[in-house]
Write a protein that binds this ligand. Structure first.
Ligand SMILES: C[S@@+](CC[C@H](N)C(=O)[O-])C[C@H]1O[C@@H](n2cnc3c(N)ncnc32)[C@H](O)[C@@H]1O
Length: 266
């Protein structure tokens, strides 16, 4: 079901629960790193490239959108929080501006909302190049597509992340993406669309992130979370089925999600 450009399904609640678990742990770890190491800035940067309106309802139930999931988790961060929310839908950003202002006005919070195409806005974040490296997360949650510029179908989210990963500011910012692997396979088997790599090739193409984790897939669209980091010791989240791709289970998940049935038979 698509409402205001936001795809919603039975999986949405699981997605938000898992996002909260990952963000809570990430913020706890970031606090530890900063406490133990004076060289790290007491700042956290969160960029949500597909923020949506911050809350919506599905089948009569209110669901917290990713920006509010993050802001609530970030209450526990012991330092300055920079949150950049991007969405091409004007109404969504307008709604988000209003609800994120409630409770997140203190000096600890630097919350900015942008309306427009994420790849253009990220491209304009030239000032980010001047910022020394900072802890954080870039969260990418398109509605199943891997293209950021539909209907032109030129720029994929993997390419955007690849470019970001090369900017020194983002060297310790982890990348988290909610992906539909069956959609990637569908695009790969369509002769009319630009040839795109397999999930494994796409991940390996993001040169600025050395280690990847992948979550057990959900539903027929094979929804998964992938997380890219430069920290070898990034913990696995067995409770939600998120494993390093270098582990036995992680490698099995990636294999299962990587190729179409006919590619596997070739
Ligand atoms: C699945 S929804 C995001 C939901 C949100 N992350 C959450 O958890 O509440 C995808 C969003 O991406 C936005 N979107 C799609 N393509 C975009 C683009 N190229 N640039 C910015 N926003 C985009 C849509 O307007 C939609 O709000």
């Amino acid at each position: 079901m698509i409402i205001n450009g936001i795809g919603m399904s039975e999986y949405t609640k699981t997605k938000q629960n898992h996002l909260k678990i990952i963000l809570d742990v990430h913020i706890r770890i970031s606090n530890c790193i900063i406490r133990k190491n004076q060289n790290f800035r007491k700042e956290f940067c969160y960029i949500d490239t597909n923020s949506g309106p911050g809350k919506y309802s599905y089948k009569g139930q209110e669901i917290m959108g990713s920006p509010m999931v993050f802001l609530n988790s970030s209450i526990k961060f012991n330092g300055q929080v920079h949150a950049f929310f991007i969405d091409e839908n004007y109404d969504s950003i307008n709604a988000l501006r209003k609800i994120s202002a409630i409770g997140f006005k203190m000096p600890k919070y630097d919350v900015r909302c942008f309306t427009g195409k994420n790849y253009e806005i990220l491209g304009d974040l030239e000032e980010a190049r001047a910022i020394p490296r900072i802890l954080g997360i870039v969260y990418v949650d398109p509605s199943g597509t891997i293209y950021a510029d539909q209907p032109k179908n030129q720029v994929t989210y993997f390419e955007i992340l690849s470019l970001l990963s090369e900017i020194p500011t983002f060297s310790i910012v982890d990348f988290l993406m909610n992906v539909s692997c069956s959609n990637i396979k569908r695009v790969r088997s369509c002769s009319l669309t630009k040839r795109i790599p397999t999930l494994r090739q796409a991940i390996e193409g993001i040169k600025g992130k050395k280690y990847w984790l992948i979550r057990e897939p959900y539903a027929r669209h094979q929804w998964t979370f992938i997380l890219g980091t430069n920290w070898y010791g990034f913990p696995e989240f067995e409770g939600i089925g998120l494993y390093h791709v270098r582990s036995k289970r992680g490698n099995e998940i990636l294999e299962e999600l990587n190729l179409t049935k006919s590619e596997m038979e070739e």
